[in-house]
Design a protein around this ligand. Structure first.
Ligand code: SAM
Length: 249
């Protein structure tokens, strides 16, 4: 974490240690199903060498995102929370050559590393890096009047997840998929009395999700080298706010 950064920016993982079996199964599956990959390996090494926190998605989670985006036939992807671009590389690979991914990151050091990692992976032309607080960048993006997104991955500060989700719905086309990471947090999400602000942020997001008639969603719990956590997958079933920045023409 760079000096002065808010602690929540670098604490995306669970508190409990992963069980040995979860890690062994993950390694077994990765060995069988995920080919070794020079660009992704180089990105991980560069991020580690630069002292970035170890909070990127795992290879199996990255491939899962890649498969979801490919199944969706995504052309326009929004990512909130770039870190060193590890998930960005997975998602950008799911795009066709004329596809575009916009990724938002508050830390300049993270953004610079991600840019270098993505360029090394040969994906620089498909990825548009936006440096700043996502809550400032999202209204600017809406004002640009770009094509709506058909896939979004939300993986930044958990306290603002509800707002990121509302923006993602607003900027999405019908049929878009929205994935939100780290929503289970060692099971603490089910604790109504939690004092953890990140967990409270996820609870606010889940309340917003439950009250949003334009999406259909579910949450899957996960275990692995990153501990016990989970992600929410939402499908935007009907059109978002009409007329916002010309998104729905
Ligand atoms: C969990 S990491 C993202 C990991 C990345 N998606 C991956 O899997 O490779 C979260 C990132 O969100 C960034 N972040 C935190 N708060 C933010 C904010 N308000 N606006 C934009 N980015 C933010 C952090 O600096 C950090 O790099």
């Amino acid at each position: 974490m760079s000096p002065g950064a808010r602690p929540s920016r670098s604490r995306g993982n669970t508190k409990q240690k992963p069980e040995k079996t979860w890690v062994a199964v993950e390694e077994y599956m990765d060995e069988l199903l995920i080919s070794s990959d020079a660009a992704l390996d180089a990105a991980r090494k560069a991020n580690e060498a630069a002292g970035l926190p170890d909070i990127a998605v795992t290879p199996s989670q990255g491939k899962f995102l890649y498969l979801l985006a490919r199944m969706r036939g995504a052309h326009h992807i929004l990512e909130i929370g770039t870190l060193g671009g590890y998930s960005t590389i997975w998602l950008a690979r799911a795009l066709p050559a004329d596809g575009r991914l916009i990724t938002m990151e508050a830390e300049a050091k993270h953004c610079d590393l991600a840019r270098a990692n993505v360029a090394r992976a040969g994906l620089g032309a498909r990825v548009d890096f936006r440096l700043g607080e996502a809550l400032d960048l999202l209204p600017e993006l809406a004002a640009e009047g770009l094509e709506p997104f058909d896939f979004a991955f939300i993986d930044a500060d958990k306290e603002n997840t509800a707002e990121y989700f509302k923006w993602a719905v607003r900027l999405a086309r019908p049929g878009a998929a929205i994935v939100v990471d780290n929503v289970v947090r060692d099971g603490e999400v089910a604790d109504a009395a939690t004092s953890d602000e990140r967990v409270q942020g996820i609870q606010r997001f889940l309340d917003a999700l439950a009250g949003e008639p334009r999406v259909s969603a579910t949450t899957l719990q996960t275990v692995g080298s990153k501990g016990y956590d989970g992600f929410t997958l939402a499908l935007v079933t009907t059109q978002g706010d009409a007329g916002v920045g010309g998104w729905f023409r």
